[in-house]
Design a binder for this molecule. Sequence first.
Ligand code: DC
Length: 228
Amino acid sequence: MSDTVDSVIVAIDGPSGTGKSSTSKAVAAKLGLSYLDTGAQYRAITWWMITNGIDVDDAAAVADASGKPVIVSGTDPSHPTITVDGVDASGPIRTQEVTSKVSAVSAVPEVRTRITGLQRSIAAAAPHGIVVEGRDIGTTVLPDADLKIFLTASPEARAARRAGELKGADVSATREALVRRDAADSTRKTSPLAKADDAVEVDTTELTLQQVVECVVTLVEERRAAAQ
Ligand code: DC
């Protein structure tokens, strides 16, 4: 377990649309932990590349620029924030353009080294522990996390959830885009989307958000009890 009896590090990984963000925020709020959305950080660096005229398909140019943007994440689960060079990026990072380009940027090793360093320092500074959501948290960023969860769901359920979030987007087009992005994220060379050997897999297809949250909270409490 982490530094104090109460401090706990929870890694929640999985593909898009499995409920990672909603689950992670709710678990963190319930347990009084900090929360970090690592996808938002990759989206933020992608947005910076686009607004600074960097061709995201030019890996060398992306690598050269990867140290430039100053990305700051606020870790309150009830009000997560993200700024790039002091500018609120929470809206711009959710655009279709960023979503379609984030896999290319996040596949560049220099980008991953930079963002992974940020993630580790945020996790180390969290006073009571943290829930960190992403794709490679349990495998690479925080391999010593106290609890690792890998969320899955059928492509249909994931597409329906994402289309709902995007308010009326076409479900089959959303499914195609999502499957394409997961394939890119799972097959990249550096730190791909993967389940850690010691992660607990939770299939959320037939579960409500509340059921998933209860399941993860129970697992955290079990780990805490076992560590005492
Ligand atoms: O969780 P999200 O959809 O906002 O993530 C956006 C992208 O960021 C995702 O397609 C892959 C990348 N990502 C990553 O490579 N590693 C992480 N730990 C989190 C996200």
